[in-house]
Design a protein around this ligand. Structure first.
Ligand code: G3H
Ligand code: 13P
Ligand code: ZN
Length: 324
């Protein structure tokens, strides 16, 4: 099976009340961990690449590694550009064989966001085969590539704008801001309550009222959540017990993501959780084996942790297992 776009995957996900995981890829071990996990769970998967990933690994390596994963697993895999900043990077990815792109002009004024998104949609949809396009309305807190949005400067998606945006752009899916945030420090401690037993921060709930309102205005239309790592405390604990120093790292609770996946959310973006799992595996390895220096040994342990995490996400959070 060749790479696929997201259209049919989202249609089925919407109908059946689950979401497809969109996992960020930066190297071979991450690609392998995600796709081997998806294979064992019989799940479709989106492999997404940021501008930072393209700079780190080079587009040609990423494309060929993802193609290798398709050949190795036989899964329906979408190769997606994450947070495309302008028309040129989207065009470059479409011309280079990506099956889906995100144009992210969410920090620009509404009319400008529409104009650039429309231009990308026209180019992507004229491509054979059809390339699907995701856009964004509203802004998340945290870091996206080089753009840092301070806590307090984020803005929730305005449901009054979504119908006009989708109609005028022709976009295939829409990322919205309902309180998720990029990175491993999603909420300031003062936004959270602290569990008196564990000392772990409990974040404010997502704005399900906005998600519900958006899905009423756009019936059957696939919604995307960025910034959806849960910052699983078991990995934070391993990191901190093996020389790390991650203080007050906090994510979006998994039960809230599960709830969103049952609603209109068809794509859930996860990157930070993969980074934490990889780091936990490597730190643990180094402490247990201070004499090791073969990268296959320690990166191999990191890869095993990422695989275990992705299987958990697919089965217990996204609900996309056995959906092929
Ligand atoms: O949304 C941001 C993703 O986690 C990608 O992060 O730009 O560091 O590759 P990156
Ligand atoms: P996290 O930082 O929560 O993993 O979000 C990743 C993301 O949204 C990639 O686009
Ligand atoms: Zn994102």
């Amino acid at each position: 099976m060749p790479l696929v776009n997201s259209k049919e995957l989202f249609e089925k996900a919407y109908k059946e009340g689950y979401a497809i995981g969109a996992f960020n890829c930066n190297n071979m071990e991450i690609v392998q961990a995600i796709t081997e996990a998806a294979k064992e769970c019989n799940s479709p998967v989106i492999l997404q690449v940021s501008a930072g990933a393209r700079k780190y690994a080079k587009p040609v390596y990423l494309k060929k590694m993802v193609e290798a994963a398709v050949e190795d697993t036989g899964l329906p895999i979408v190769l997606h550009l994450d947070h495309g900043a302008d028309f040129e990077i989207c065009k470059d990815c479409i011309d280079g064989g990506f099956t889906s792109v995100m144009i992210d002009c969410s920090s620009k004024p509404f009319e400008e966001n529409i104009a650039i998104t429309r231009k990308v949609v026209e180019y992507a949809h004229a491509h054979k085969p059809y390339v699907t396009v995701e856009a964004e309305l509203g802004t998340l807190a945290g870091i996206e590539d080089e753009v840092k949005v301070e806590h307090g400067a984020e803005s929730y998606t305005n449901p009054d704008q979504v119908e006009e945006f989708v109609k005028r752009t022709g976009v295939d899916s829409l990322a919205i801001a309902i309180g998720t945030s990029h990175g491993a420090y999603k909420f300031r401690p003062e936004q959270c309550t602290r569990d008196p037993k564990t000392g772990v921060l409990l974040p404010p709930p997502l704005r399900f009222d906005i998600l519900e309102e958006v899905s009423k205005r756009l019936p059957g239309f696939p919604i995307v959540l960025h910034g959806s790592s849960s910052v699983n405390q078991e990995y934070v604990k391993i990191i901190n017990e093996h020389g790390g120093a991650l203080k007050d790292a906090v994510g979006v609770p998994e039960d809230q993501l599960r709830q969103a996946a049952r609603m209109a959310v068809c794509k859930i973006n996860i990157d930070s959780d993969l980074r934490l799992a990889m780091t936990a595996g490597i730190r643990e390895h180094f402490e247990a084996h201070p004499d090791h220096f073969d990268p296959r040994q320690y990166i191999g342990d990191g890869r095993a942790y990422v695989k275990q995490l992705v299987k958990h996400k697919i089965t217990d959070v996204l609900g996309s297992n056995d959906k092929i």
